[in-house]
Design a protein around this ligand. Structure first.
Ligand code: GLC
Length: 441
């Protein structure tokens, strides 16, 4: 049913059913507080970037709080940045000095994060950047912070083979010293990019085939994303929504979304999505058979800012009442009414209403007879008028009872359609959902 299922090594069922993951971007850039690409956006030299290393001391960092917040608000897995493009390792790596244990914080942050999230029953994903602006053998390209300070002598001496071995050594540490890792999120390939003589990087630069082999050898059940440039793995879309695809094209995919456009903590960026938009993104993703990986970027003290917490809380509050339509459910082929999204879970169809219509909605091409319909937020009945009943009554217009007359239904409906009657006032929840329970066959 999923085109790329066989490209994934582990069984992705847990992943497909989970639907909602928490992305956590944390690192030296959280101290700069101006986007996680700050080193290259401002072309900061290594010696200057060092100040974030020297001042890295998140005194209020409490991963148990992060993990509790994640569980309480419905997240089923997490993905934590073990190393971002700046090359800084958030664990006690033996192959570099550029690591968290050498900062004033001095502890293995990754271990603390993993333990806390596991304790809350959340699956563990690790983000690892293939790009590394700190490693001395990482060759120059147009994303590199030193791109306007190229020293050809230095470049000549660089050897990507050494860097490839470094990636493998770090991968061994990450995949052997922290127990079961459920998901590995490598970032990213840009093979086709060019900047004058400078070229982007892809599978030959990372030695992707061998790297992938090693990963599978170390963690045979791991789920891998698609950024190794091998054209397989979970497809990871960034900051946009996929449009509806037909079931032959169905792939395992994950949309990753930030709260405000930046992944790392960005103090002055107030471009936050609204809670309603976030719920819509989640629903739209699930209706299209994907997962949502929603990001937080804790600040230099290790805290999640109030605004982000509030947004997660609002999504979580909605999810608590509407989880039946999200977890373990999937998209449906039939076309929903305008401004609505369908998901299906077993014998139940879920109608998510993005824009509140007036009094009736017509649902067409339903696969079975409807037994009952109710709002998920309060389990209040929603009246269902079957096409058959309506058509029959219409044969003699006078037989149409007043109730139906008042709805002004003029359409002649196919027998597998129903009309549902909804209140004038939208239920008090971000996105109302109607659960439609079918008759068992
Ligand atoms: C990108 C960015 C990076 C971010 C990631 C999240 O590839 O380079 O900063 O971590 O996407 O999807």
């Amino acid at each position: 049913m999923y085109k790329n299922w066989s490209n994934l090594y582990g069984n992705p069922k847990w992943f497909i059913d989970s639907k909602f993951g928490m992305f956590i971007h944390y690192g030296l850039y959280s101290v700069a507080a101006r986007h996680e690409w700050i080193m290259t956006l401002e072309e900061i030299e290594e010696t200057k970037y060092r100040r974030y290393f020297d001042n890295f001391n998140p005194d209020l960092f409490n991963p148990k709080e992060w993990a509790k917040l994640a569980r309480e608000n419905g997240f089923k897995y997490m993905v934590f940045t073990t190393k971002h493009h700046d090359g800084f390792a958030l664990w006690d790596s033996k192959v570099t000095d550029y690591k968290v244990t050498n900062t004033p914080y001095a502890k293995d942050m990754l271990r603390e994060v993993i333990e806390a999230f596991r304790a809350e029953g959340i699956k563990i994903g690790l983000y690892y950047s293939l790009i590394d602006w700190h490693h001395k053998d990482f060759t120059m390209d147009g994303y590199h912070p030193d791109r306007s300070r190229i020293d050809l002598e230095v470049e000549k001496k660089k050897d990507m083979k050494i860097y490839q071995e470094y990636i493998k050594s770090q991968m061994k540490e990450l995949l052997t010293e922290y127990g079961k890792i459920d998901y590995l999120w490598l970032d990213f390939s840009y093979e086709s990019k060019t900047w004058g003589d400078l070229k982007g990087k892809g599978k030959d630069d990372w030695d992707s085939e061998n790297l992938e082999k090693l990963i599978i050898e170390l963690q045979p059940n791991i789920i891998l994303n698609d950024r190794l440039d091998l054209k397989r793995g979970v497809s990871t879309h960034e900051q946009y929504q996929r449009s509806k695809v037909d079931s032959n094209q169905k792939i395992i995919w994950e949309g990753c979304q930030s709260l405000n456009g930046s992944w790392g903590y960005h103090r002055d960026n107030d471009n936050f999505k609204t809670p309603e938009m976030l719920v819509k993104i989640l629903v739209d993703t699930v209706a299209n058979d994907g997962n949502l990986l929603l990001n937080i970027g804790p600040n230099g003290r290790g805290q999640i800012d109030e605004k982000s917490k509030e947004l997660l809380f609002e999504v979580g509050k909605w999810l608590k009442l509407h989880q039946n339509s999200i977890y373990n459910s999937s998209g449906v082929e039939i076309q929903p009414p305008l401004d609505c999204r369908y998901t299906m879970n077993g014998n139940k169809l879920y109608l998510h209403i993005f824009s509140w219509p007036y009094r009736t909605l017509t649902l067409k091409n339903l696969p079975k007879k409807v037994k009952f319909a109710q709002f998920l937020n309060d389990y209040s009945e929603v009246k269902v008028i079957e096409a058959q009943v309506l058509n029959e009554k219409r044969k003699g217009e006078s037989n149409l009872n007043n109730e139906l007359k008042a709805l002004h239904i003029k359409e002649k409906l196919d027998l597998n359609s129903i009309i549902i009657e909804i209140p004038v006032k939208k239920p008090d929840t971000l996105i109302p959902v109607i659960e439609i329970i079918f008759e068992e066959e």
